[in-house]
Unconditional design. Structure first.
Length: 238
């Protein structure tokens, strides 16, 4: 019989981010250990509530899910949903909340720049990121974009919410904020940016942006991958 503690330790170790993300992880772990962070809530984001109102349920993933309020809301409304976060304390709380609510979403302790390595497989119809992408270091954003693209179904909706200009303390942790230009630079090959709006001040944050991207049906990267695969098969057949 496998000891639960070593298994938990392996899960935590596999979720550790690469590069500068380790400093951010240390910060978040300390913050969650000493009470509820000011960004955490037991209530779903109002943008999510508006987003899924009247929409048929499907498969969804919440990137940087924290303690799971948005995931639990979707599960309550019939969605097959996965929440991903790299902070063990946050994921543990989320799992306990799911048990208490008698719901069965899946919470994964993992790095959002390595989703498939963490066992998060698509296709997902809805991908949400509220306050995760804006904190990811520039050097990891291409990896994040590649993972999102890989798990998104054709036509999937990808919603990103975050701040455009992080405070200096956040920048020390690698945060670079989010903007339409940044999203187009990293996702423009495979996604269309269909909506952008600013909500104004939220607490200490001066500018909070909401962005809606839609994955193209046949993306250039998929076409190129198909061409490469066909070329490889042709060479083997000679």
């Amino acid at each position: 019989m496998t000891d639960a503690l070593p298994e938990q330790e392996r899960e935590i170790d596999s979720a550790k981010p690469k590069g500068g993300g380790r400093l951010a992880l240390a910060f978040y772990r300390i913050t969650y250990r000493h009470g509820r962070p000011r960004w955490d809530s037991s209530e779903p984001h109002r943008e999510l509530v508006d987003l899924v109102a009247g929409r048929p349920s499907g498969r969804a993933v919440d990137l940087g899910c924290g303690t799971g309020a948005d995931v639990l809301y979707l599960a309550q409304h019939g969605w097959d949903v996965v929440g991903v976060d790299f902070v063990p304390e946050a994921v543990e709380t989320a799992r306990k909340r799911a048990v208490d609510a008698e719901l069965s979403p899946r919470f994964v302790l993992g790095d959002v720049t390595r989703l498939r390595q963490a066992g998060v497989e698509g296709p997902f119809d809805l991908i949400m990121d509220t306050g995760c992408y804006h904190g990811i270091a520039e050097g990891l954003r291409d990896a994040y974009a590649a993972e999102v693209t890989a798990v998104a179904a054709p036509g999937a909706d990808f919603f990103v919410a975050g701040i455009s200009d992080p405070p200096a303390t956040w920048r020390l942790l690698g945060a670079r904020g989010v903007s339409a230009d940044d999203l187009l630079r990293h996702f423009g090959t495979d996604f269309d940016l269909t909506e952008e709006r600013q909500t104004g001040a939220r607490g200490r944050v001066a500018h909070f942006g909401l962005y809606h991207l839609v994955r193209r049906e046949n993306t250039p990267s998929e076409v190129e991958a198909s061409r490469s695969a066909n070329s490889s098969r042709a060479k083997k057949g000679k």
